[in-house]
Design a binder for this molecule. Structure first.
Ligand code: B12
Ligand code: SF4
Length: 461
């Protein structure tokens, strides 16, 4: 069990501080990252540290005692929860049934149960059945209210802030809460970090515009760089690798390029999710390469302009795709490219177009998924009458959700499997990867080869 280092966070509300000081014994929180039950993931043996729960722990640890359990790395939620006062669980759709199971168990033992994360936010009526309180969106905006209600014993069913907290008030996440686990060796070495939040692009299948609207916030560069320098000092080296958890780090070009310049100066390495809105400009890729970027994850999604239009993905211009790839490759940046299939306008040609594009452009790490209407999104509302199942365990983006208009389900899945096998055949891997650095991207390709060979149509139903 860990308590926070003094003064890492200033909880400004004086009444909360007074209340907290009056606690006879600090309340004990169990924070849980539930595992997902899907068998459709390639086990790399490493997962990223859960920045969401670390942020909750960093705030809560100022006045409560925290134990963080991450089931993905083999930690176990104890059967007997008697040593804890509060069980707080994060959940996405894919692990919602597991999160609810833990919530029910804790409620049965008369614990205060708090559920947060994207799925309880989107479906709070459903989540309320499995907890004492649901936190809608970010914990930062409601923290004072939640903490003082907890101390007073007056919990509400839902905590929801009217406004988004400026990111300048976001404090440095204290990773000791995650690293305290004996299984922490299963965490990836890349350190999760945030510079911005939100994405005004507004794709209809994405939860971000629903939770954050059109807002796009960023942290002061000094805060981001302080955090990076802190890890450099802690680990005793300059070349620390960071993984940005931002929805879309490049949305404000000026901020982004300034950040790149600073990262070049301090000598870190990094990867991020990024939209391609200005990556067709060679100078942006050049400075990204110099700043230590080794991988960008880009949602290409589709090579059909009608599909991009139907999902409101205006940032993607198909005529720029090859230029974007070429610019990044010239600067030594590998590409994790996301493609989705199963849209109403998809036909067999969609698969051939994706294959040709990936092979011609030698994309290092293509990731394929089936379009999944996540609850709370405009796409979910549109597709609801056609969705085949509402079993959240299947919302892993690899299950067949609805029949597209121009292809039978069987054809869709057959093509989906065939494409993945073709892309990850040994010959195709060689064609895409020859001459590229021997690193984890190669390893990911080899794992994808055996994974794609094991795929069967029934896995997707
Ligand atoms: C970075 C990211 C990734 C990274 C890293 C994920 C990781 N290890 O956490 C990578 C690239 C690996 C990834 C993969 C995938 N991702 Co992703 N990802 C994100 C992204 C952009 C940011 C998540 C993040 O860490 N944000 C920073 C943290 C600090 O913010 P936060 O999570 O919102 O947490 C705050 C609040 O939610 C709240 N909170 C959260 N939990 C709790 C718990 C309690 C008790 C409380 C009080 C508060 C609280 O307080 C936190 C602090 O402010 C989100 C979009 C988003 N904005 O959520 C999508 C998102 C989570 N991903 C999504 C998806 C679909 C996927 C994939 C399935 C994609 C794919 N086809 O491969 C995989 C699945 C991975 C897996 N096995 O779970 C979806 C999930 C939709 C859903 N309803 O479940 C999202 C929401 C994007 C979308 N399309 O809408 N992802
Ligand atoms: S560009 Fe990415 S983060 Fe932004 S709305 Fe679309 S899917 Fe969501």
């Amino acid at each position: 069990m860990l308590t926070a280092a003094p003064n890492t966070i200033d909880i400004s509300s004086p009444s909360l501080a007074q209340l907290a000081a009056r606690q006879q014994n600090r309340k004990k929180w169990l924070l849980v990252q539930p595992k997902s039950v899907t068998n459709m993931t390639v086990d790399s043996g490493r997962v990223s540290m859960p920045l969401n729960l670390v942020m909750v722990a960093t705030l809560a640890g100022t006045i409560f005692d925290i134990t963080l359990v991450d089931e993905r790395i083999g930690d176990r939620v104890p059967d007997d929860l008697s040593e804890f006062d509060v069980v707080a669980i994060t959940s996405r759709t894919l692990n919602a049934s597991r999160a609810y199971g833990i919530g029910d168990k804790a409620l049965a033992q008369k614990k205060i149960v708090v559920l947060g994360g994207v799925h309880p936010t989107m479906l709070h009526d459903e989540a309320e059945q499995h907890c004492t309180s649901v936190v809608y969106g970010e914990v930062e905006g409601i923290w004072n209210e939640l903490a003082s209600d907890l101390l007073r014993g007056t919990m509400k069913k839902i905590y929801r802030s009217d406004q988004l907290t400026p990111m300048t008030s976001m404090h440095r996440p204290d990773f000791r809460y995650a690293l305290a686990s004996k299984n922490a060796k299963h965490y990836a070495a890349r350190i999760p970090i945030l510079a911005t939040k939100g994405c005004p692009v507004g794709c209809s299948f994405c939860t971000t515009p629903v939770v954050y609207g059109k807002s796009y916030r960023h942290r002061g560069l000094d805060l981001v760089l302080d955090e990076m320098r802190y890890h450099q000092e802690r680990l005793g080296k300059r070349a620390v690798t960071f993984s940005f958890m931002d929805d879309n780090i490049s949305f404000k070009p000026h901020y982004f390029t300034e950040l790149l310049g600073e990262m070049e100066r301090i000598g870190v390495r990094w990867n991020a999710n990024i939209s391609m809105n200005f990556l067709h400009k060679p100078e942006v890729a050049e400075i990204a390469g110099r700043s230590g970027c080794d991988l960008m994850s880009i949602g290409f999604e589709s090579l059909n302009p009608d599909i991009l239009k139907s999902m409101n993905k205006g940032a993607n211009r198909i005529q720029n795709y090859s230029t974007v790839v070429g610019n990044l490759h010239k600067n030594g940046i590998a590409i994790q490219a996301y493609f989705m299939f199963g849209f109403d306008d998809d036909t067999e040609k969609s698969f051939q177009a994706a294959y040709d594009f990936i092979m011609q452009n030698r994309i290092e790490f293509p990731v394929f998924s089936l379009v999944t209407p996540f609850p709370g999104t405009p796409f979910f509302e549109e597709m609801k009458p056609r969705i085949r199942h509402f079993d959240w365990d299947k919302y892993d983006t690899f299950h067949y959700m609805y029949e597209p208009r121009k292809m039978s389900g069987e054809k869709l899945l057959g093509q989906f499997i065939k494409l993945q096998r073709e892309i990850y055949k040994p010959g195709a891997i060689m064609q895409r990867m020859k001459g590229k650095p021997l690193n984890w991207v190669w390893l990911a390709n080899l794992k994808m080869n055996s994974f794609t060979r094991s795929l069967r149509l029934e896995n997707f139903l």
